[in-house]
Design a protein around this ligand. Sequence first.
Ligand code: SF4
Ligand code: SF4
Length: 678
Amino acid sequence: MHHKVQPALEHYLGIPGSFITLFILIVGLALFFYIIYKRYLLLKSANPDPRFDSLWRRFYDLIIYGIFQKRQPRYLWIGILHIMIFWGFVVLILRSIALYGLGLKAEFILPFMGGSPGEFYHLFKDILEIIVLFACIAAILRRAISRPARYEFKHGKAHKFHAYLVLGLISFLMVTDIAMDGSGTLLGEKSDYWLPAANSVSYLFNGLGPDTLKTIYLWNYWLHILTLMVFLNYLPLGKHFHIITGIFNVFLSKLKKGSIKPPRWGVENIEELDSLGVDKVEDFTWKHILDFYTCTECGRCTDNCPANIVGRPLSPMEVTLKIRDYAYESNPIFNLKGKADSPDQNLHLIGNVITPDEIWSCTTCGACEEECPVFIEYIDKMVEMRRHLVLMESRFPPEIEKIFRNMEVYDDPWGMGRALRTDWAGDLKIKTITEDSDIDLLYWVGCAGAFDDRCKEVAASLVRVLQESGVTFGILGKEERCCGDFARRTGNEYLFQVLVRKNIEILKKCKVKKILTSCPHCYNTFKNEYPQFGGEFEVIHHSEYIAELIKEGNLKLSKELDKTISYHDPCYLGRHNGLYEAPREILKLITGIKTIELERSRDRSFCCGAGGGRYWMEEYGKRINETRIDEVIEVKPDIITTACPYCLIMLEEGIKAKEEVSGELKALDIIEIVEGTI
Ligand code: SF4
Ligand code: SF4
């Protein structure tokens, strides 16, 4: 590549030019590593987080989501533009390294870039430069003209400038390199390939004398290598730090989505901890701080956040940006005033940077995390801030005080008590596992199934279907307590752990191996969180179990159902546990049913509004469940079905609030549809 592509560079630069190149390189890299070191210090001061397990899975995610950018095309056009810029940039960085090398040493050549591979690379990079330039201009125009709402944020700091600057710098790098190649062609460089960008530019320079061409050539060289160093050093100062950190963030992402992190990794007894939860930047884990560094400010999280969509004061992107801005201000890179740190370094985040209202607005639905192209996590951060409010300050919405007390005294949020736990079963003749220890399958009813009138019908329906299929199963009866999902997600870790330990004790005493649940919250907690406390059980959701019974011929569906049905994906079944197919398979197996997908479905499903303890909190303004029912109405099904007791209640309430469909549109659990067709 060298002798054909850049024959003139070392000749034109001479010894002084080489020294200047070396100077730019040393100063630029020294500054860059200093900035990175300062960023590293903040990571180092944060809490631990074990992220080096399951390395193969992590490498897989790195390739699929980091290198091939699988999540980008979820927003199709900007996603494609981003992939073009990303890949172009990866390829073109080799060229920039080669230019520094050539400035230093006449015969410099990158490994594997001699001869034909070098020529081919030169053609490839020439074409990519046009593509990247086009993509940058398109991205600039898109930001400036169509101004997508998701880029806007309200907390006052204008970040848009960063995006324009970086897109401008990348474009400038392309232009200077093309101009170098264009002038170089006329100065005698030859290539065996036709170079569309360089050749087109050389037409513009036709007729210029050798001195002018040489000046153009050299100026573009200096501008290119200087711009590259400015670009490199600018990255860790703003949102484009993700160019460096993004790939690590994807590699280190959370693998068990449905679980909430323990208060401190490596500390089993939380009584040993001086403080719980997060109220300062360094209370976060190092991975969460890496998240803050990595946010690209694309706004996809906020665009899909149900709380944000209905106008609650929560924008996940802004949570990240506010904390990041604050972290940067209190940990300055350059401390020109000579102060060790900002005077605000001990500022409490809650109340000063993030409001309690933002923290309590989260439904823990996971839509933000599912959408984020660089796998930034929110739920753990929200729960950690709730932990601080609940456990350190006893500050929480007044309506959940009663719920906490109910759970402490009665072991369920309804406050009904264990003595009434089996009333729903009536004359269904269900065995309790404590009476018959030979029963393999435990039906974990859950608090909603035991105490909410509507959900009691669902629990009874499931029992009748199981009995019809000849399945032997039992319940815990009065020994069952709340699984703890609500307590953990509202930050009451003490209460959660008390419930978990009591439940594990009784489950182990009864030698339970397999748990069947109809509640995705119980399902998720048993599957993803009980193992943190030594509770390892096989957990199965009723939609999976029933689908298997039908497919294996143990449950016959003999009646047709001539209805149009849409399925609402519960967040804790779908996004948190990847269970999308079983309920849909059941619907397909019933003759006569026409299914119609909601516009937001599967991993883009819209929350019902009940998760994260929101079920028990006051709502004001527009409601999430009513917004979901508006989406249901748009596709006009006869029945909206789901597979979660809380979703069912929320959907029914949403329907009641809509006069136009109240009484016509029905909300049913998937098991009720099955029971109606056997
Ligand atoms: S988990 Fe759901 S409600 Fe919470 S911030 Fe993310 S999208 Fe919003
Ligand atoms: S958190 Fe993720 S989705 Fe949200 S703005 Fe940042 S990069 Fe985009």
